[in-house]
Write a protein that binds this ligand. Structure first.
Ligand code: SIN
Length: 278
């Protein structure tokens, strides 16, 4: 059994160095992910094939419609910021692709090349973000759905339009919208987690964007308070696995003039379930 070390105050865990992730039973990784939400495995020496095999042991790899996969692969997407690039991919707090009907449950990210300093990724706990709200606001949010759209980021005028390789910037054909509960019940742990973000949730159902924005801004600020966050520092070979159903993340863009290359695989997820009692 792995002796996990706590990564942050209340979530996230790091595996002892020298542990080969390929040797850990998938069931143990899945259980640890349910308990800790975010797992970090330093110093992995994984080929592309190893990485794909490991990911497939944890769930069903899914295609990502907004960036081209690595040549010869269907699921492994390189996320690269070149030294000359200004913007980074995913450079705002979000949970992955919540504008799809079935958003990915889990993301695996493997660092291949990292800047000499900077380029860390922050994670925020969306269970605690919800639990810290007042009973009145929790009740109100539990009755609402979020209308999530890819257009806020992946469009000709979206936030990622200038990110190299962003396919959504090419046109509206790949735009997606999905209505999901603003508070989702995690299918494994049964816990309720806030499931809206400023960059993907356009508005609440039955409300205008102007009416929704003040509440979305408030929730985003509460969710990403420093005492609700954990920071992952990358070195080449660091692998992180996180649960999109109960976390948001933010890759920091604080390494101008340096290159960063990560390899990402997402695992298919279910249609989010609400937390309203049935
Ligand atoms: C992502 O948002 O999936 C990328 C995270 C990162 O580059 O650290």
């Amino acid at each position: 059994m792995i002796e996990w070390q706590q990564l942050g105050g209340h979530f996230g865990a790091i595996c002892p160095t020298q542990t080969d992730v390929m040797a850990i039973p998938a069931e143990e990784v899945k259980q640890a992910l349910a308990s800790h939400q975010l797992l970090v495995f330093p110093g992995q020496r994984l080929s592309t094939d190893d990485f794909e095999r490991f990911a497939a042991g944890l769930g069903e790899p899914a295609e990502y419609p907004y960036a081209a996969p690595l040549a010869g692969s269907r699921y492994l997407v390189p996320i690269i910021k070149e030294a000359a690039d200004q913007h980074n991919f995913g450079g705002a707090w979000h949970t992955d692709t919540s504008y799809l009907e079935h958003p990915p449950a889990v993301t695996l990210l493997l660092a291949r090349e990292v800047p000499a300093s900077g380029g860390d990724t922050l994670f925020a706990d969306m269970y605690q973000a919800f639990e810290r709200l007042s009973p009145g606001l929790r009740h109100c949010l539990s009755q609402l759905d979020g209308i999530n759209t890819s257009a806020l980021v992946h469009a000709a005028v979206g936030d990622y339009a200038s990110v190299a390789g962003d396919a959504g910037a090419a046109g509206a054909a790949t735009q997606a919208t999905a209505r999901h509960p603003a508070v989702r019940r995690h299918p494994v742990t049964g816990r309720a987690a806030l499931y809206v973000s400023l960059v993907h949730t356009e508005r609440f159902s039955g409300m205008t964007r102007a009416e929704s924005l003040p509440l979305l801004n408030y929730l985003q600020a509460q969710a990403t308070r420093a005492d609700n966050c954990v920071r992952v520092h990358w070195a080449p070979g660091t692998l992180a696995i996180w649960d999109n159903r109960c976390l948001q993340h933010l890759p920091l863009n604080d390494y101008p003039g340096q290159r960063r290359e990560m390899h990402r695989i997402i695992l298919a997820g279910e249609k989010p379930l609400g937390s309203r009692p049935s």
